[in-house]
Design a protein around this ligand. Structure first.
Ligand SMILES: [Mg+2]
Length: 196
């Protein structure tokens, strides 16, 4: 039974990808998943180089994202639903953000600002920030993430996972909200069976 839910931020709770590409001059609107070049997968720098008017090195690209931008990503279309269902499944005290900042300190600070801006008060201190997400994997923890590599590492370390369908991962042809509804429906069934 799942007792703790870890929610990834970028690509799951925030719509980071299309927003950043838009802000950095690419002709793509926030939430316009159809214009994302799926063949590049998770490589957002390559996506910017294909779509945009200039070429970026990874260092230049990540440095161009300011603290204000990190704090201003729009909440994803699934965020409210996801937070509510995670809360209903395991209780407020067992829902956490688990997010990996970039090497830029502005990323870390902006993420905390985002949490304060967009989350109910009970979530304001419920976050873990760091790249090794798999350290949180246990037989009773669930990671909801949009990166294939995070999901694979977490599962290999013994945790449960939900990969949120996005154009940059292997579920790119699936419907994100439908996939989340199916997986949470089953998690509630398991919980109710074990509680009964
Ligand atoms: Mg992510």
């Amino acid at each position: 039974m799942i007792r703790t839910v870890f929610l990834d931020m970028d690509g799951v709770c925030t719509e980071m990808t299309t927003y950043v590409l838009n802000q950095l001059g690419c002709p793509i609107k926030p939430f316009d998943f159809n214009s994302y070049p799926r063949r590049v997968g998770f490589d957002i720098v390559e996506a910017a180089n294909i779509l945009g008017p200039r070429q970026w090195t990874p260092e230049e690209f990540w440095r161009a994202i300011t603290r204000e931008m990190w704090a201003s990503f729009p909440p994803s279309q699934e965020f409210g639903w996801l937070l509510g269902h995670a809360e209903a499944l395991v209780g407020q005290e067992n829902v956490f953000f688990l997010t990996s900042p970039t090497r830029d300190p502005d990323s870390l600070a902006g993420k905390l600002e985002w949490i304060h801006k967009h989350c109910p008060k009970w979530m304001h201190r419920q976050f873990l920030m760091g790249p090794p997400k798999h350290l949180c994997a246990r037989p009773d923890t669930l990671l909801v993430d949009d990166a294939d590599h995070n999901v694979e590492a977490f599962r290999a370390a013994g945790g449960h996972t939900i990969l949120v369908p996005r154009p940059w991962n292997k579920l790119q042809n699936h419907w994100a909200q439908g996939a989340l509804q199916n997986r949470f429906h089953r998690l509630f069934q398991v919980r109710n069976f074990e509680v009964a």
